[in-house]
Every structure is written in structure tokens, then in C-alpha cells.
Ligand binder design. Structure first.
Ligand code: UD1
Length: 381
């Protein structure tokens, strides 16, 4: 029996762990009790609002967490330290053979440090991505997590190159594809059949916006430039903006709520302007993404998902740790520059956006590859 702890903490972690759990369940269902994976799902509680966490478990058909650390918000050090203290106790108690972490959030970093110090091997899913911008908290999380991991699972070949340059041993690096895309491909059709609320939008032109990076939403000037640009764009197509709690808080603090309409009209064909709404469920969001004319975002994962959908994405950042979405996919960087955001958006709305192609191994089978590699690793030891 192999005992694993799977870590989640924030919204984008859930869709990355879901296919791994699914693979383990499949494997366990055809193996004897001595051979199975015993896994525990540990939720740090970094995200805690229902619409940022609990609803995702239902949408993604995931079991509820076995262990909840209930950490909540705080400064980076507070959050990381609190997770470390509680997660260390979990490791002492459970004595796992492996800890699986995903992505680049504070929960990823905190649990990797704890496991590495206790000599428990760490598997990092989505290793090797680099923005080369250490002002971004996630970049620090990525570098430290990768340097502590025994299994580094990458989504693209450039991530392998980044790791090699940093001196990671080649036999620890595995190019497996993208687990987030496993989930997207699995749930795309389910979303189309289950989501009724936005049915009428399919036939309309609209844009979809997400925004939560501190560099955009904690900076009044950048935030203002972005909202002014969006106001111009929304004269051509209405924009739907499911707002992250951090963003909503800053909009209130900066007095920027006049930029937005608060309630979607009963008849969606009458939408005009920018509509700010609470965060959506996973299925609702991918439904809306699938038929949008234009996506504007500062998220990491959405740059990848839009590439698979073949829908033009304008990333409101100066750089990206996911350059493959620019080189091969549908992504374009626009920063927080008002003129650039307007120009690129109009380009897309005029049908000149990128169509791109789907990157190598983003085929829905990444989680299967990961499980095969882990099984082989454990059978050797
Ligand atoms: C975190 C990740 C970021 C990821 C994002 C996805 C880090 C450093 N950042 O950013 O990489 O892209 O999640 O959403 O780990 N809040 C709530 N309810 C919640 C969660 C957050 O109200 O359920 C509010 C709190 O005011 C909190 C703030 O949002 O202080 C920021 O939350 P935090 O987890 O610190 O970072 P995110 O911005 O969500």
C-alpha cells in the first residue's frame, strides 16, 4: 500500500488534483487492498468562501477533504507559517510515503517545505514554469517548491529547460502534459448540458473578465487604467466579470464601483456595459469561457484553458510563466496599459485574434501518465 497526501488550498488547485484522485480511484477499484493507493485529501483552507472552495468539490465530483487545516487569510508569511505548523502535525500523524502538491500558491510552498524537512518525497505537478519576475509571489513559491521536489511533472518542454538551467537532475523531471486540461476536457460537455443560467448568451457576443493579481487590483493606478479600457471595450460587447473577493474588496476601497452594473438583466440580450457578479462555479465558468468572443484575465490557468478552447485571450500582465500559450496558443500580453488593452481587444473583436493550436500532450491524459510514473517509482523502492 502506498500512502499519499494530496494538497489543495485555493480555487485553481481543485481542478488540478481532481484528475489525480480520479486515477487513484480507478486504480484502487481493480487492485487488492495490499496494492492500493491510500490517499488523504488535505485542504489548507487558504480559500474558504463557499464559492471559492466548497462548490468546486461538487462540480468536480471530488470527495470532501479528509483533513481541513482551516488557515484562512493573512500576510504571505503568516499564511505560509500557519499552514506549515498544522501540516507538520498531519505528517507526523499520517506518516505518508509521498506528498503531492500542485501549482504555485502559498499552500504549495508551505506543504513542500514541511514534507522535505521530514524527508517525505514531494511530487510537484506543474513544475518548471517561470515568469522570471520575483515580484510575483508565485514565482518564489515555484522556485522553492521545485528545488525541494523529487518528482517534477511539467506541462511543456520549456519548463523542462527552466529546471535543467536551475540544476535539477534530469531523472527527476517528467514532461507529462497538463492536468488542468484533463479536467477541462472531461467537464466541457457536462457544463454544456448542465448549465442553464447562461443559455441565452451562446448566441450573443460577449467578453469575460477575471482579475485578482495584487499587481493589478492592489494598485489603484493600474486598476483604474484597466477599468477605463474595459469601459471602452464594453461599448462594443458587454463584459461579464465574476469578481474574486480580493478584487471586490479593492473596488470598494478605491471607490471604483461606478464602473460596473451589478445585476444581469433578465433578458441577457439587453446587456450593456460591465457586469460584476460573484465568483462562478467551475461548470458555469467553463461554459461562459467556451462561447465568449474575448477573454481578459490575469489568471495563469485561464491562459491555458482559452488556448485549448481556441478562444483569444488577452492577459493583463507584463509577463507570463506560460509562454507556450503565446507561442502556440491564443494568448497575447497587454499588461495594465489602457491603449494596448483597447487596441488588442478591438483586434480580437474584429476577428483578428489568434486561433493557435493545442500544445503537445494537452490531451486529457496527463494524470494517467503521472500515476504510471509514480507506480513505477514506488515499485523500484
Ligand atoms: C491565491 C494565490 C494565487 C492564485 C489565486 C487564485 C498565493 C500567493 N496566491 O491568490 O496564485 O492565482 O489564489 O484565486 O497563494 N479571500 C476571501 N475569500 C476566500 C479567499 C480569499 O475573501 O475564499 C480574500 C481575502 O481578503 C484574502 C484575499 O482574498 O486576504 C487574498 O486571498 P489569498 O489566498 O491571500 O490570495 P489570492 O489573491 O486568492
Amino acid at each position: 500500500m502506498i500512502k499519499l497526501l494530496c494538497i489543495v488550498g485555493t480555487r485553481p488547485n481543485f481542478m488540478k488534483i481532481a484528475p489525480i484522485i480520479n486515477q487513484m480511484e480507478k486504480y484502487n477499484s481493480v487492485h487488492s487492498p495490499q496494492e492500493i493507493f491510500e490517499y488523504l485529501l488535505v485542504h489548507t483552507g487558504q480559500h474558504y468562501d463557499d464559492n471559492m472552495s466548497d462548490h468546486f468539490f461538487k462540480d468536480l465530483q471530488m470527495p470532501p477533504p479528509d483533513i481541513h487545516l482551516g488557515i484562512g487569510s493573512g500576510t504571505h508569511s503568516e499564511q505560509t507559517a500557519k499552514i506549515m505548523i498544522k501540516f507538520e502535525k498531519v505528517c507526523f500523524q499520517e506518516n505518508p510515503d509521498l506528498v503531492i502538491v500542485v501549482g504555485d500558491v502559498n499552500s504549495t510552498l508551505a506543504c513542500s517545505i514541511v514534507a522535505a524537512k521530514l524527508l517525505i518525497p514531494v511530487a510537484h505537478i506543474e513544475a518548471g514554469l517561470r515568469s522570471f519576475d520575483r515580484r510575483m509571489p508565485e514565482e518564489v513559491n515555484r522556485i522553492v517548491t521545485d528545488s525541494l521536489s523529487e518528482y517534477l511533472f511539467t506541462t511543456c518542454r520549456d519548463a523542462n529547460e527552466n529546471l535543467k538551467i536551475e540544476g535539477v537532475l534530469q531523472n527527476k523531471i517528467y514532461f507529462v502534459g497538463n492536468v488542468m486540461i484533463d479536467t477541462l476536457l472531461k467537464f466541457k460537455e457536462i457544463a454544456n448540458s448542465k448549465v442553464k443560467r447562461f443559455n441565452k448568451l451562446k448566441a450573443l457576443n460577449y467578453g469575460l473578465l477575471t482579475l485578482h493579481r495584487p499587481s493589478n487590483v492592489d494598485n489603484k493606478k493600474n486598476c483604474h487604467q484597466i477599468f477605463e479600457a474595459l469601459t471602452e471595450i464594453s461599448k462594443k460587447v458587454p463584459i461579464i466579470f465574476p469578481a474574486h473577493p480580493r478584487t471586490q474588496k479593492m473596488i470598494d476601497e478605491f471607490g471604483f464601483s461606478h464602473f460596473f452594473q451589478k445585476k444581469l438583466p433578465f433578458n441577457l440580450a439587453q446587456m450593456r456595459g460591465i457586469y460584476i457578479i460573484p465568483p462562478l462555479s467551475y461548470l458555469e465558468f467553463i461554459y461562459l469561457m467556451g462561447s465568449a468572443k474575448l477573454i481578459l484575465t490575469d489568471s495563469g490557468g485561464i491562459q491555458e484553458e482559452t488556448t485549448v478552447f481556441g478562444i483569444p485571450c488577452l492577459t493583463l500582465r507584463e509577463n507570463t510563466e506560460r509562454p507556450i500559450t503565446i507561442k502556440e496558443g491564443t494568448n497575447t500580453l497587454a499588461g495594465a496599459n489602457k491603449e494596448k488593452i483597447i487596441k488588442e481587444s478591438f483586434n480580437i473583436l474584429n476577428g483578428k485574434g489568434k486561433t493557435g493550436k493545442i500544445p503537445e500532450l494537452w490531451d486529457g491524459k496527463a494524470s494517467q501518465r503521472i500515476m504510471n510514473i509514480l507506480l513505477e517509482g514506488f515499485s523500484k523502492n
